[in-house]
Design a protein around this ligand. Sequence first.
Ligand code: BGC
Length: 470
Amino acid sequence: MSRGNDLKEPTQEQRLILGRWPFWATLVGAVSITSGLAFGYDQGVIGGAIGFMQDEFGFGSFVEGMITSWVTIGALFGALFGGGLADRFSRKRALIFAAYLLVFGSLVQAFAPGVVVLIAGRFIIGAGVGIASVAAPMYVAESAPAALRGRYVSGYQLAITIGIFVAQFVDYGLSEEGTWRLMVGLGAATGVLLLLAAYQVPHSARWLISVGRREDAAESIRKVRGPDEVDAQLAAIEADLSDQPSSQWSDLLVGGARRALVIAVGLAIIQQITGINAVIYYSNEILAEAGFETASAQAGASLIAVGLVNVLATFIALAFVDRLGRRPLLMAGMTGMLAGLLGLTVTFLYETTPGDTHSIPGSLALISMVVFIASFAFSLGPVVWTIISEVFPNQVRAKGMSAATAVNWGAAFVLTLVFPDMLDIIGHSGTFGLLAFFTVVSMYWVWRMVPETKGKTLEEVSAMFADEAG
Ligand code: BGC
């Protein structure tokens, strides 16, 4: 870690606090926060709603799986097209479009007369989440000052965790009445918030330059980053874009972009195959093992042990991602995740007594889950989105982020689909052992492959990759 960067950072931060652009910087942050909220809420809310939907419509496990997973499928498609929309119509307009889909999809779900419309609503909302999951980190990474970029993009992850927490809370609060329509309908509020933020912000300067609007780009930099930075920023972006003004998907397969693609896709897969969504989704079973007997005891414990821990530990990343860097957080967090998974592997070898929350294996189950969630929350959660948003060169960033984000959603889908079968075939202990094995392999890969990007401008990052690729 270089002292130079450490010493530089506070001056950047002071400028944020005292400077000429806190209003615009706050709005950029608001885009990050509102997109993350929608992501987290729409992903998290279904857990508590599905049972009541089932009571009303009386569907079987196949339809249940579709209702649960079609947000992820929609997000996969949204992510695939999100990059194209962000390039063609701008990052800002892609976000506005995503926000409309979020509002519309939530209302379709809330007023669904039957399962087909409900599934359609899930897909629409997924598409909105998917587009936003590409466009928001991209917009934020392109607009944030280099010294604070990690923190800005981690703010997106913080909001995802808050969204999940709020969804759990709403589910918990409305579970007495079972008003599932209100649970899913409230997702519209996250869309409205994103709409308000996205309408206000200026276009990304990097996008404006890519479509030849130099004057507007200068104005955007002046607003968001301050007048002193206009000339240097314009020159850096133009130099980077002039190397290769337009781009094809195939450009992702050459030189520095190829290396960026390998790293972004690799991290997108690692974020999922190490099991975060499986643990979140099956947290009630883990809590049952820990001795929480009734559904409401499990829901209450999960609100704290999953929801709140996930939110709070993300602050560790906010504090350190730009100071210590991306790599130390990744390595430390994955070590913690490994410890948590090994703890769960051991726990499930033992029989626990229902209702006894003080048994040794029961406590180990709870502690292991908390360690796992907290460790993910300050490492693979925020850092993966940060790195995906910063490694690609300007010309192919949108396409590269689309590809990596779609792979992330695809991996999330596959893992949640096969997880119940894994539990059946190799048992709980075997399943967590396998996830621990994936984590060890992932740690080795990250150690070997992922470079440090802290404090560098996006143009410096792409120059570094281009050099390395020869
Ligand atoms: C992941 C999600 C996960 C969430 C948990 C995000 O970074 O992409 O799949 O559910 O973190 O906080």
